[in-house]
Write a protein of this length. Structure first.
Length: 363
């Protein structure tokens, strides 16, 4: 089935993605290869592989992409992101996190170096034209920002441009000093299409109507959206000067009362910076009507927790989920086809829809 979606680049003239984008199961399936296969995902923290010889298996977007992968740190200290599937008969190579000198498949003993290079296979002495490059474990592009790691299966764009854009405003924060706080991690199950969740995140238009407490600490009038090729930024300004960033001289927002930097990275990652640290939100599709959202917290200044825009995140999430699930039900109406954008308040949603339409419609 050929998919053809188009969003007018002029937000004043553009309509949103149609109801069929969210309702059609074939569109949802197409997103797997056309969008997620060609973009990047946050895959964890390099401090979980602190020692040389560390190996950490994981599944990329479990329940959707379901790609078995493994992170390794070799003897020289270099990190690698590899396929965790043996090139002999497809067994998983690494079963659990640990430390090892080599990667050895437990099925028939095929051995790989920690960079994925094939090394040895028993009983293959008479096999012709062996080994070849196909016997190495496939390696995936890997990018690092402080302790944070990102990988993609076949990404269309270089993630460094995303990291450079985020560093323009939050690069002054010492990410290496941010400490993961598992006690603040959250998992949410939402009965809605994953893109509707992102739609909601990408505009502050709804804040006065949905988030009473958040609206009380943010200056809605100055709320700002900045667009980049594969990400966008929403800047939340505080009503007063309490619980704002201490921005260095020369910073683009120096002298302003910035309460939060909300970064969204196409297609499904959110990096919310507050004076206390960072909340990473990962939006994981499970089905056309089911989404898992994971919150991961990294604390920099614990004395600023639970204050200002970075407080009450669970309450804000519950309020968002109620609205998103309502929209998911509403777009199934026989009488809804598509909407229009506010040129002053929904630039981020328009940007997202433009990227989705382009990726999905490309052959």
């Amino acid at each position: 089935m050929a998919l053809n979606f188009s969003i007018d680049p002029d937000i004043r003239k553009a309509a949103t993605l149609p109801d069929s984008f969210y309702r059609d199961a074939s569109v949802f399936e197409a997103l797997r290869e056309k969008v997620f296969y060609r973009t990047w995902q946050w895959i964890g923290d390099d401090r979980k592989l602190a020692e040389k010889g560390a190996a950490l298996p994981f599944t990329l977007l479990e329940g959707f992409l379901d790609e078995p992968m493994v992170l390794t740190r070799d003897a020289a200290g270099a990190l690698h992101c590899l396929s965790n599937v043996c090139t002999h008969r497809g067994n998983l190579v690494v079963g659990a996190a640990g430390k090892t000198r080599k990667l050895v498949c437990g099925y028939h003993g095929r051995r790989f170096d920690l960079d994925g290079a094939f090394e040895h296979m028993p009983e293959f002495g008479q096999t012709e034209d062996f080994p070849t490059s196909c016997d190495n474990l496939p390696a995936f592009e890997l990018r690092q920002w402080g302790p944070l790691l990102f990988a993609g299966l076949n990404p269309e764009f270089d993630f460094q441009q995303v990291l450079d854009a985020m560093s323009e405003r939050v690069g002054f924060m010492p990410l290496e000093e941010f400490q993961e706080d598992p006690s603040r991690h959250k998992e949410y199950s939402i009965n809605a299409h994953w893109a509707l969740y992102c739609d909601n995140y990408l505009e502050g238009f709804h804040i006065p109507f949905v988030h009473e407490d958040l609206n009380a600490v943010l200056d809605y009038g100055d709320y700002e959206t900045v667009l980049y090729p594969y990400l966008n930024l929403q800047i939340g300004y505080a009503e007063g000067s309490e619980m704002v960033f201490d921005l260095p001289e020369g910073h683009p927002d120096y002298g302003k009362n910035v309460a939060a930097y909300y970064y969204w990275v196409f297609p499904n990652m959110m990096f919310n910076f507050y004076p206390w640290g960072l909340s990473i939100n990962l939006v994981q599709p499970l089905g056309p009507s089911q989404t898992r959202v994971s919150f991961r917290s990294y604390v920099y200044d614990a004395s600023k927790l639970d204050q200002g825009a970075g407080s009450g995140l669970d309450k804000v999430e519950m309020e968002d989920e109620e609205v998103v699930e309502g929209v998911h039900k509403g777009i199934r109406s026989r009488y809804y086809k598509a909407g229009r954008f506010s040129p002053t308040r929904e630039q981020g949603v328009h940007h997202f829809h433009t990227l989705l339409a382009r990726f999905v419609s490309e052959q």
